[in-house]
Design a protein around this ligand. Structure first.
Ligand code: GUN
Length: 283
């Protein structure tokens, strides 16, 4: 029997736990606060940031959405980041990506105080994850959300063969580190890899973050595998589909995420979780 991994349900449970933690912090006089910076009017980014703000408010957190026109200067965005770095009511800062090409994304991310870097994209936090350091630090919300899904459906990750298709800095690389830190054997492949099927067929856990609709078919997947689809592709008919051909792959997988309703809801729930983490760690 195939389990359809219910990201919406797990995100809801996580949000309930986060709400309990917010209420507890409030008793201590602390309201966790997140500032989201949005540049321009990319339709997907507008929807994501609105959902982030709505969820934060629903959980009783302070939420600021700072919008800039798409021709804003680097200096103006930097000034906003410095402002929130200095604001003690803000515990988490997120710059919605992608940014317009004229902005220097690296400089902006590095300007966020590492203690408020809720995406975990700052090189100091990336380095701590890479080195598997003890202690508290934020990591990519999508990658951490995927780990939460895996822990909900699998007894253990140690010793599993994991193949990740994609090498992104936002998801695949931090996920690779999180999995290695839990003693998985991780292979990173891309569309440049010769014989991708060799790697997908040996995977106990297959993570697909390639950005290609319906790329992975049933005959490329090991029977009994857990398949995590990070893709969100909007088709000409406006339907959302993942990078995995869900209908065929669900015949062989033991656990599989749907699109929508799999990884997507976990990113925002993990963002909320991590905002509260930052408020607790830095109080
Ligand atoms: N755009 C798409 N996903 C993300 C994310 O996880 N963080 C940020 N900052 N921007 C994104």
């Amino acid at each position: 029997m195939t389990n359809i991994i219910n990201g919406r349900q797990i995100a809801k449970q996580l949000n309930q736990e986060t709400k309990t933690r917010v209420d507890k912090l409030k008793e201590e006089g602390i309201i966790p606060g997140i500032a989201v910076i949005l540049v321009g009017d990319n339709p997907a980014s507008v929807i994501y940031t609105r959902n982030k703000q709505k969820t934060a408010e629903k959980l009783g957190m302070k939420s600021i959405l700072r919008k800039f026109p798409k021709d804003v200067s680097q200096a103006e965005v930097l000034q906003a980041i410095h402002h929130y770095n200095d604001d003690p009511t803000i515990h988490a800062i997120l710059i919605q990506l992608p940014l317009p090409k004229h902005l220097n994304q690296t400089e902006l991310i590095e300007a966020i105080s590492p203690e408020k870097d809720v995406d975990g994209f700052d090189s100091k936090n990336v380095g701590k994850l890479y080195n598997n350091e003890d202690g508290h630090y934020p990591v990519s919300c999508t990658a951490r959300g995927i780990m939460t899904l895996l822990h909900s459906y699998l007894d253990k990750i140690e010793g599993k063969n994991v193949t990740i298709i994609g090498r992104s800095i936002l998801v695949s690389r931090p996920l690779q580190s999180l999995l290695i830190n839990e003693n998985a054997t991780v292979t990173m492949v891309s569309l440049h890899t010769d014989d991708i099927d060799y790697y997908t067929k040996h995977a106990d856990i297959l993570v697909v973050a390639a950005g290609t609709p319906n790329l992975i078919k049933k005959d490329q997947v090991k029977p009994g595998a857990t398949v995590i689809d990070v893709g969100i592709n909007r088709m000409a008919n406006h339907h959302l589909v993942g990078d995995v051909d869900f209908n065929s792959v669900k015949e062989v997988a033991e656990n599989i995420t749907p699109v929508p309703g799999g990884v997507g809801p976990m990113t925002i729930a993990t963002l909320m979780q991590q905002t509260v983490d930052l408020a607790e760690w830095n109080k």
